[in-house]
Design a binder for this molecule. Structure first.
Ligand code: ADP
Ligand code: MG
Length: 238
């Protein structure tokens, strides 16, 4: 589970085409990073996959199913927002269980999933606290926990660490990497940070003005950047 295929998708806002026809496949279990300068369309592309924006044309498949017209909640994906999207008045336990509660899942199954997510994320001792009583990194983990409990086919992250300081960012990068190892679920991670892309990705997708300049492993891009833009962005010695 977690195979994502974009077939000739485009996106325009009014008269402005921000994504010209684009094809991309993300394999099951892959850690894909969308990287590129601010305004190049990373968030738009992620939101199209999530269904938070409708494509102007083209098709999106998830695990062989055409989801182009399927609403976000039924695509089987989980978008991880920054930690400030937590509910301050609810315990960590309730924050993590929230999507399951909304889906009407029975209490026992909710608790089972919350406890499993908490154990993966080292949050077991914090379940009865409020978000305000946690560190920034712990809050970010709660936001991830809320995605894990839904057992999605893929996780979508849009610059989840941009509000954290450098030391915390480094720690969270490692944690997200470990999470990917332990869940082996597809992850798509958006960042404008080359270091994050190079250290986290199985596959890097380099975007410029809505166009994919190159797709490849960090090593491929480093050794054989297709053009000066990619070389400059990745920091290859050309
Ligand atoms: P990135 O995430 O790479 O910084 P975005 O996907 O947010 O870039 O934006 C890509 C382009 O689309 C930008 O030119 C941005 O101004 C434009 N854009 C994004 N969302 C909207 C919107 N809702 N309405 C109009 N233009 C938008
Ligand atoms: Mg963005």
């Amino acid at each position: 589970m977690g195979h994502i295929k974009l077939n000739q998708i485009t996106k325009s806002f009014g008269d402005v085409e921000v994504i010209p026809p684009l094809d991309l496949t993300i394999e099951n279990g892959e850690f894909a990073v969308f990287v590129g300068p601010s305004g190049c369309g990373k968030s738009t592309l992620l939101r199209l996959i999530a269904g938070l924006e409708d494509v102007s044309s083209g098709h999106i498949e998830i695990d062989g199913r055409d989801v182009t017209d399927v609403p976000p909640a039924k695509r089987g994906l989980a978008m991880v927002f920054q930690s400030y999207a937590l509910y301050p008045h609810m315990s960590v336990r309730k924050n993590i269980a929230f999507p399951l509660h909304m889906a009407g899942m029975d209490q026992a199954e909710q608790q089972r999933r919350v406890e499993r997510a908490a154990s993966v994320l080292n949050l077991t001792d914090y379940l009865d606290r409020r978000p305000g009583q946690l560190s920034g990194g712990q809050r970010q983990r709660v936001a991830i926990g809320r995605a894990i409990v839904r057992e999605p086919a893929a996780f979508l992250f849009d610059e989840p660490l941009s509000n954290l300081d450098a030391a915390l960012r480094h720690g969270m990068r490692m944690e997200i990497g470990e999470l990917h190892q332990s869940l082996s679920t597809t992850m798509i991670y958006v960042t404008h940070d080359q270091v994050e892309a190079m250290t986290m990705a199985d596959k890097i997708v380099v975007l410029r003005a809505g166009v994919i300049e190159q797709v490849g492993s960090p090593l491929d891009l480093y050794r054989e950047p297709r053009n000066l833009f990619v070389a400059g962005f990745i920091g290859s010695p050309t």
